[in-house]
Write a protein that binds this ligand. Structure first.
Ligand SMILES: *Cc1c(COP(=O)(O)O)cnc(C)c1O
Length: 379
């Protein structure tokens, strides 16, 4: 039987044709015509003042914190249950991440916990749209207004999701997207910084190019302007090759998301009555982008044994995402019990637009058999 991978990016002939055009143009590097066009399309799609195409979401988060002037001594509250890029970014600027526990039902940052964590050194919050499900932005925006904090939306997994009818990526004044191969749309590696403030976008764009204006533009100015370096910037540019792929992928968001939605609905239908499994919960006021489909296994089930069974049948699976505060690198004494519980009991099962209904059915059948075979043990 065919293997069923956990992840499979949807890249094909249209993307190849777009890459061929970039090769022919002679400008494969960043901040060229393709990146510029992509930035305009992103700004338009999200209705924001500026979009900056960058090489990944990790550097988008770094640029977001630099844009907000975060410095050593500052504290930034970060969602705990996530790929730990937000806490890494806080460390990039020498500040301290404060880990906020999450809602047990959604896995998204808990606004009540955030309210309790705000202190004299707090400068901002990074909320995460957990594996594609938007967080509680009404409450988060209200908290940041009341306390004069910045709010960054890490929408790395959430392209295509919505909250109260608004696109994920437009739910906070600053947002970061990822186009990594495991996300809803992809150029292999890639990312974007979205911001309401065009000046902030321009400054971030310069900072993503070693601290000078785009080389592509410089070459087109009459005369011989010599770029001046006024700050230590980085090379965070997205290549025009990747930008061309993303222009195609942007046009496919609805198509790819429709497929993920159908597969998620089928998993839910097939597994709803299984008592040893808790299915993902999507509150009525938001929609999921299904970057991952995470089920919570009953604590009596051996997750490792279930994973071994699935993998032996060629079915990809994973642990879900991370309880950031438990990662040794952060050396924190904080505890986030809900996040720790999800980290211990979640399991990711195959979710991508290249699945078929037949494969979804095979996964559901195999998962049900495996959890029943490995239940009843101690935790
Ligand atoms: C994947 C992910 C990132 C990192 O994205 P890259 O583009 O790989 O840097 C950041 N935040 C979250 C929540 C993610 O899931």
């Amino acid at each position: 039987m065919d293997a069923i991978p956990l992840v499979h990016a949807s890249l094909g002939e249209q993307e190849l044709a777009a890459v061929a055009e970039v090769f022919a143009s002679g400008w494969p590097a960043g901040q060229g015509p393709r990146s510029k066009a992509l930035e305009a399309e992103l700004a338009d799609r999200y209705g924001v003042g500026g979009a900056v195409a960058v090489s990944n979401c990790g550097c988008a988060l770094h640029l977001a914190l630099l844009a907000h002037g975060v410095k050593p001594g500052d504290e930034v509250i970060v969602a705990d249950y996530t790929f730990p890029a937000p806490a890494h970014a806080v460390h990039y600027v020498g500040a301290t991440p404060i880990f906020a526990d999450v809602r047990a039902d959604t896995g998204t940052i808990d606004p009540d916990v955030v309210a309790d964590l705000i202190g004299p050194r707090t400068v901002g919050i990074i909320a995460v749209d957990t594996v594609g499900l938007p967080a509680d932005y009404t409450e988060l925006v209200e908290l940041t207004r009341r306390h004069g904090l910045f709010l960054v939306e890490d929408a790395a997994c959430a392209v295509g999701a919505t909250y109260k009818g608004v696109q994920a990526g437009a739910l906070a004044p600053t947002a970061c997207l990822s186009f990594h191969g495991r996300k809803g749309i992809s150029s292999g590696e890639g990312g974007a910084l979205l911001t309401a403030d065009p000046q902030l976008a321009a400054a971030a764009r310069k900072r993503a190019s070693f601290g000078i204006e785009a080389i592509f533009d410089q070459a087109r100015i009459v005369g011989l302007p010599i770029p001046v370096f006024t700050e230590i910037g980085y090379n965070y540019k997205l290549s025009d090759i990747a930008a061309a792929i993303l222009q195609v992928q942007l046009g496919r968001i609805d198509e790819l998301l429709a497929r993920r939605n159908a597969f998620a609905a089928r998993y839910t239908e097939l597994l709803a009555d299984e008592e040893l499994i808790t299915l993902p919960f999507v509150p009525e006021d938001r929609t999921h982008a299904w970057q991952s489909y995470l089920v919570r296994l009953d604590p009596s089930v051996s997750r490792a044994a279930v994973a071994a069974d699935l993998r032996a049948q060629g079915i990809g699976c994973g642990h879900g995402t991370w309880a950031s505060h438990l990662q040794p690198v952060y050396e924190t004494k904080q505890t986030c019990p809900v996040s720790a519980d999800l980290f211990q009991h979640h399991m990711a099962i195959p979710m991508h637009a290249e699945l078929t209904m037949e494969k979804v059915e095979r996964v559901a059948t195999a998962l049900r058999a495996a959890v029943r075979a490995h239940a009843g043990g101690p935790e």
